[in-house]
Write a protein that binds this ligand. Structure first.
Ligand SMILES: [Ca+2]
Ligand SMILES: [Ca+2]
Ligand SMILES: [Ca+2]
Ligand SMILES: [Ca+2]
Length: 263
């Protein structure tokens, strides 16, 4: 009897240990190497994006926009475990770019925004409800887009370069708010305050810096590289424009001084 209870205690102990280790495994976080691999893909590829699970669950969500016209969201879990969280319905055209966006500007991402050649689609992050789809015939050729707040209403706008014009789409009710008079043919758009006046400019890879409120081109003397980002590198409180291309060195531009920066 005593031997049996000793064996039982041992078995119970082993079961608890294995349950404990399974629990520890399922609750463990992504390793830094795992996280970096996901982030590298999401950041480098226009067709991919990532967002944290909304309820603080383990892992990271990776959005993959495919050329067959679907968005696929995978939960990337520790130890190479993956779950397909959601696949969109068939969209019109190959997915060209995916963004995770904070449309209500509360510093928390809330929507997936993607574009095909002729359509922009918006899906809510929580339940993937489709919040918006461009009506047919609105655009013929969408080349670039981004999300930023460029006017006085509190929601962010979706800024679209299509058919050689810039368009603003309201991020709350998705109404058309603006069409540019000037022509633009960008393949990358970024938006931020690069002049330090507290108002956002739109920066295009083709080199134009545009006052987002008026549509006026405030600087266009240089052509930027096909990849560009805005970041305050020197800590002066004003965003610099960082540009590069394949085979060309990085250039950092101080738009407020209209010149290339040397550190
Ligand atoms: Ca938000
Ligand atoms: Ca706005
Ligand atoms: Ca500005
Ligand atoms: Ca700066």
């Amino acid at each position: 009897m005593r031997r049996h209870s000793a064996l039982g205690a041992l078995l119970l102990g082993l079961m608890l240990m294995s349950a404990g280790s399974a629990l520890a495994q399922s609750e463990s976080e992504l390793t830094y190497a795992e996280y970096r691999a996901i982030a590298q893909t999401a950041v480098q590829l226009k067709h991919c994006a990532m967002f944290e699970p909304l309820d603080g669950e383990v892992g990271m969500n990776l959005v993959v926009g495919d050329r067959f016209g679907k968005l696929n969201v995978f939960r990337m879990l520790p130890g190479d475990q993956r779950e397909l969280v959601w696949t969109s319905r068939q969209l019109v055209g190959a997915v060209m770019e995916v963004l995770v966006a904070d449309l209500d500007v509360d510093s928390l991402d809330d929507h997936l925004v993607c574009r095909t050649q002729r359509h922009v689609y918006v899906f809510k992050l929580g339940d993937f409800f489709q919040a918006y789809e461009t009506e047919s015939g609105r655009y013929n050729d969408i080349r670039a887009f981004t999300v930023a707040n460029v006017d006085n209403d509190p929601a962010a706008e979706i800024i679209i370069n299509a058919d050689n014009k810039l368009y603003y789409l309201d991020g709350a009710n998705f109404s058309d708010e603006y069409t540019s008079l000037n022509d633009f043919q960008a393949t990358r758009i970024r938006c931020g305050d690069v002049t330090g006046d507290g108002r956002n400019e739109i920066v295009l890879d083709t080199g134009q810096v545009v006052n987002a409120s008026t549509g006026e081109v405030i600087w266009g003397d240089e052509t930027f590289g096909p990849r560009l980002e805005l970041l305050d590198v020197d800590g002066d409180g004003i965003l610099e424009v960082l540009t590069e291309g394949d085979g060309t060195p990085l250039k950092v531009w101080d738009i407020d001084f209209r010149q290339e920066k040397r550190f």
